[in-house]
Write a protein that binds this ligand. Structure first.
Ligand code: SF4
Length: 146
């Protein structure tokens, strides 16, 4: 199974914020530049993560982004599910719909495989993703605004 680029860059933002101590905030620009992602793409992902309650924004001169406590404890499978939405691993419907779309055993099997994929990520939290060796690399990408 392949994740969308959108999901991957949202996860990069989450990991980048997960190594911050909660007092230090980062801007969207800093996250985008540090994680090698176009700023406009990162803006959309950050807005989605805020909507999911994973990230919060503090306004003002020294404002910026941080993970919420709930976001830090979120299961990676749950987060990936939310970011990917209802997308299936194959395109059965749409303009050139497959004639089997309503009664396909393969489609059913692929849905089960997709669920198993997400479930395999459920034992990991966001915090788990930034243990060594990932965390030190993220910290070396640069500090908070100031
Ligand atoms: S064969 Fe089944 S899984 Fe493949 S496109 Fe058709 S409905 Fe979907």
């Amino acid at each position: 199974m392949r994740l969308t680029r959108y999901t991957d860059l949202a996860l990069r933002a989450v990991m980048r914020l997960a190594v911050m101590d909660g007092e230090e905030l980062l801007t969207t620009r800093q996250i985008a530049d540090g994680m090698n992602v176009p700023y406009t793409h990162m803006t959309k992902a950050i807005a989605h993560l805020q909507h999911l309650g994973v990230i919060e924004a503090r306004r003002g001169r020294n404002g910026g982004l941080s993970l919420t406590p709930a976001g830090r404890r979120t299961g990676v499978g749950e987060l990936v599910r939310a970011l990917e939405g209802d997308r299936e691993v194959v395109t059965c419907e749409g303009e050139q719909a497959c004639p089997l779309a309503g009664a396909c055993r393969l489609r059913h099997a692929l849905r089960r495989a997709q669920d198993a994929f997400y479930a395999s990520l459920d034992h990991l939290t966001v915090d788990d993703l930034v243990a060594s060796p990932t965390g030190p690399v993220l910290l070396a990408l640069g500090g908070p605004p100031g």
